[in-house]
Design a protein around this ligand. Structure first.
Ligand SMILES: *Cc1c(COP(=O)(O)O)cnc(C)c1O
Length: 379
């Protein structure tokens, strides 16, 4: 292909352009929060949460969520080792400790049994990441949280539109957070959202995000606590509202793309992809392929091979505990065994069937060549 096939890019239509155009012309003065309010309101309706707070990023929303639950030095937060880096690092901003545990081999999300084993008297919360659109086992997680009186924060940045037993992810824990980064299913360029059903948590999060000033207070410029400011602009919210009005279309397209890959790769032996068991609806943010050990795939060579062909594929996340900033935890055997055998395939909304077919052909070509090479070495 002459034209590069990127990993991700947003779907922008006339609607997005017209909303942003309106916001930049008219969304000032008294109207400077109009799109933000509409975006927050439509978002909580879609997710099925009582309260929503737009933020400048999901990382900001995670930081706010941790501050909202009152995370303190030496507290512990249990989190899957396979995570986005900023699902974990904000925990350390509070002097608290991320406790990395293993994932399930099929959903690549946190293993509930390992949570139970990791709970100590210092545990304050469980950070659940719904990876690549896949969904964590929420019933088991909520049961453990209830038993040990822990908060559950759902990082649903990669799973907007995914469902667990008919409920949207992000709506089941105490707090849910989302990302609208340009690579995500729904974008505002950069941006995020915090949702909750708990009014007290919502009020605290709102005050924290308003530099410590209660947004409902009559006292102008008066601060009650040390706060932050991770706010979304009205311009970004205009883009977000337009995207949200197309959310069913955006999620459906992600699902189509995944199933097109799955069908075209169905004759390829020794791979597994994102699961969609009966109790789950997967929004398939990133179609992901895990190669069996027997295929002996050198991931770096595979990614370089795609790069030469002008196709952008991405490596599966590293275990966060493998970074030098944390303590290595190779006891998380599933995490440490799987990551170097996994890649994400391009899945932006406007990808064509020809492009999907081309990616699949390349993948098969690489595996065939690799197998011939391996047999030669063996014999
Ligand atoms: C993208 C992502 C984030 C961070 O989102 P930003 O909006 O870029 O801060 C957090 N968690 C997960 C799981 C993500 O994929």
């Amino acid at each position: 292909m002459k034209q590069k096939i990127p990993m991700a890019k947003p779907s922008i239509t006339k609607k997005e352009i017209s909303y942003v155009d309106d916001a930049i012309r008219n969304g000032w003065g008294e109207k400077c929060y109009d799109y933000i309010k509409k975006f927050e309101s439509k978002f909580k309706e879609y997710i099925g949460s009582k309260f929503s707070l737009a933020t400048s990023s999901c990382t900001g929303a995670i930081n706010l969520a941790l501050a909202t639950i009152g995370l303190k030095p030496r507290d512990e937060v249990i989190i899957a080792d396979i995570a986005w880096i900023t699902s974990a690092t904000p925990i350390t901003y509070f002097g608290a400790k991320p406790v990395f545990i293993d994932i399930l081999p099929d959903s690549w999300c946190i293993n509930p049994k390992k949570i139970e084993e990791a709970v100590t008297s210092k545990t304050k919360a469980i950070m659940v990441i719904h990876l690549y659109g896949n969904v964590a086992e929420m019933d088991e997680i909520m049961k453990i949280a209830k038993k040990h009186d822990l908060y559950v924060i759902e990082d649903a940045a990669e799973a907007l539109g995914s469902e667990y037993k008919g409920e949207k992810v992000g709506s089941m824990g105490d707090i849910g957070v989302f990302s609208f980064h340009g690579a995500k299913t729904c974008t505002t360029g950069e941006g995020g959202m915090l949702v909750t059903d708990n009014e007290e948590l919502f009020r605290k999060a709102s005050t924290l995000n308003n530099a410590g000033r209660n947004p409902e207070s009559k006292k102008v410029f008066y601060a009650d606590m040390i706060g932050y400011k991770y706010k979304m602009s009205n311009l970004q919210a205009a883009l977000g509202l337009a995207q949200l009005e197309r959310i069913e279309e955006l999620v459906d397209r992600k699902r189509q793309i995944f199933y097109e890959y799955k069908e075209k790769l169905s004759d390829l032996l020794g791979i597994s992809m994102n699961p969609e068991p009966p109790h789950i609806k997967n929004s398939f943010w990133m179609p992901t392929v895990i190669f069996d050990k027997s295929l002996n795939i050198d991931r770096k060579k595979l990614i370089d091979f795609f790069k030469e062909k002008n196709v952008d594929v991405r490596p599966f996340f590293y275990p966060v505990s493998s970074f030098p900033i944390f303590e290595k935890n190779e006891k998380n055997v599933v995490s440490y065994n799987i990551y170097h055998r996994g890649i994400n395939l391009p899945s932006y909304h406007d990808i064509t069937s020809e492009e999907i077919a081309y990616v699949c052909t390349l993948l098969k070509e690489f595996i065939e060549k690799n197998e011939t090479k391996n047999t030669k070495i063996d014999s």
